[in-house]
Design a protein around this ligand. Structure first.
Ligand code: PEP
Ligand code: MG
Length: 323
């Protein structure tokens, strides 16, 4: 099994019927990046920058961030990397003291882009570091916890202002820098067409999307019968977002835990997903699984899957499909 999988490291990712699928890595550390390369990732689909803020006592400086982002870009050797802007708050409390104290519901509070926009100076430091790193290779910027279009518009404005400042300082700038939205808030999924007017790409964050759709804390072990990725309500949102992205001709990836879990590979393929992002240790497993799956046959089952009434019904359907 190990040897068979190892052979897949440099193989293209294709379904049994020859449809190409892109596999990205969720990677932060040098070890993750090395593994992503070794396992033949098509790029980094999610680089969680908050880890730089969590390990610090104070805030990381522009140069510290620049070096981390540049090393990521160089480490991927010309493959695209997706840098997510700061996603602090809720389960990601920070050491630097940016997150608000005393919120009754931190998961529904000032977190992700909401927090970044509340501290434009801190956010601009990160934006400058990203812009500088993007001169070293293809970078995309991903915004977490987007709820409505004005947040993307505000982020774009901050990027534009940072570009003007860097230009004035005679610092090199990248030509283009695609800006994407995480889809992890139900309102963002339901109103995705409005977001697509302002986003160059989307990444579905099913860890949080499931939590918010199901009103079930992602870290609470007592909710397993509810916090289930096969819940029809979640599948309908995922399918809707993928379809909207395809119609707008913009890439849609999925970077929650289920992206790297082979138990969900067929389901996501059926819903139309063409880009999976996962921990690099999962890349070969998902590539191996995809090679066994018939894309056309699964796509024909999409309507049945999203019409299911319970997660048990979805599970039974997948079993019937041989998954
Ligand atoms: C998600 O919410 O699915 C996601 C990928 O982001 P995180 O786990 O960092 O919240
Ligand atoms: Mg999330």
């Amino acid at each position: 099994e190990g040897r068979r999988l190892a052979k897949l490291a440099n193989a293209p990712t294709r379904t049994r019927d020859g449809v190409p699928i892109r596999l990205f890595a969720n990677a932060e550390t040098a070890a993750d990046i090395a593994l992503a390369r070794a396992r033949g990732a098509d790029g980094v689909g999610l680089y969680r920058t908050e880890f730089l803020f969590l390990k610090h006592k104070g805030l990381p400086s522009e140069d510290e961030q620049f070096i981390a982002y540049r090393d990521l870009v160089l480490g991927m050797g010309g493959l695209p990397v997706t840098i997510r802007t700061l996603d602090l708050g809720a389960d990601k409390a920070d050491a630097a003291g940016l997150t608000l104290r005393g919120e009754d519901n931190p998961a529904l509070g000032v977190r992700g882009v909401r927090l970044s926009l509340r501290y434009p100076a801190v956010f601009t430091t990160q934006i400058r570091a990203i812009l500088r790193a993007a001169c070293y290779g293809p970078v995309r910027v991903l915004v977490p916890m987007v709820t409505q279009p004005d947040e993307l518009i505000a982020v774009r404005t901050l990027f534009k202002l940072a570009r003007q400042d860097l230009k004035r300082e005679a610092i090199d700038l990248p030509e283009k820098l695609p800006l994407g939205a995480m889809i992890e808030v139900p309102a963002a999924a339901l109103n995705v067409r409005a977001l697509l007017e302002h986003a160059d790409f989307l990444a579905i964050g099913t860890n949080d999307l499931a939590q918010y759709v199901l009103a079930a804390d992602r870290g609470n072990d007592g909710l397993e019968n509810i916090y289930n990725p096969l819940q029809p309500a979640l599948l309908r949102l995922i399918a809707y977002v993928i379809t909207a992205g395809r119609r707008a001709n913009k890439p849609v990836s999925l970077c929650g835990e289920i992206g790297g879990d082979v138990n969900f590979t067929a389901l996501l393929l059926a819903l139309g997903l063409c880009e999976y992002s996962m921990h690099p240790s999962q890349l070969l497993h998902v590539r191996d699984r995809l090679a066994l799956l018939d894309h056309a046959a699964l796509r024909r089952q999409a309507a049945r899957l999203v019409r299911a009434r319970t997660h048990e019904e979805v599970a039974a359907l997948l079993e019937e499909l041989g998954q």
